[in-house]
Design a binder for this molecule. Sequence first.
Ligand code: AMP
Length: 282
Amino acid sequence: MFIARTIAAVRQWRSEPAGSLAFVPTMGALHEGHLSLMRQAKQHADHVAASIFVNPTQFGPAEDFEQYPRPLERDLALCREQGLAMVFVPEADELYPPHVLPLQMDVPDLSHLLEGEHRPTHFAGVCRVVAKLFTIVQPDVAIFGQKDYQQQAIIRQMVQDLALPVQIITAPTIREPDGLAMSSRNVHLDATQRQHAIGLYKALQQAKQMIETMGETDPQTVEQAMDQVMQAHHLQVDYAAIRHPQTLQPLDAIAPDLTRGVVALVAARLGPVRLIDNMLIG
Ligand code: AMP
């Protein structure tokens, strides 16, 4: 496995004839969710590459950039086990040289709602780093997790608008046995918070049951029920939303036949830890 620390090293590696390439961008602290993306990647190309980069531009000033876990040696061992061909591990200065003025880019129709309301600069940072990683690594295919539903929707739009020659694949969310979505941030939960964290998944299950089994068609009724489930688990709710699966806009009514289903999205805080999750319903 080739470990590239500079853009020049990736370009050199990529210039050698190699076949098709699938790419998995990550911020490291790898867990089974990331590894499932790498396994899926193997099915779409001859080789798989990943990046490990805690991207400062997607964190707000009061967010957990400094606290974000960085177990690099363990991560590289996991990448090796997965048979990756290359891992790009740049320093921040390599991707963002101090003399380069920042480019701003996002998809306002998708970036300013839901996560964007709570993290106003987040998706501009995501778009900038992903566009940059794509132009450096030049993959044929890139795999993103459904776990970050809004992120994959925005990246799909960015790739379309810039006509980037990268196929975007969205891979299912991998969960702990009790349903909690795997996340690098879960390591920061103490035992009590870990129990409460299950409230996000319970809220999504509640929405699924109300819509699919009970036939509920009023989005607000479902959203209120999701909110209550999370509050009962001592979660500080940022949002509990039923949205159109492509536009992420609110719906007047839940009519799965018309929208090809809905997406339920939740975000909540447990002390300093902020968690998100989602589920496609209908
Ligand atoms: P991150 O390291 O959190 O930036 O995530 C890197 C990629 O892994 C993103 O495409 C995430 O959506 C994806 N991912 C994170 N957690 C999970 C999970 N539990 N299941 C599937 N994919 C995930």
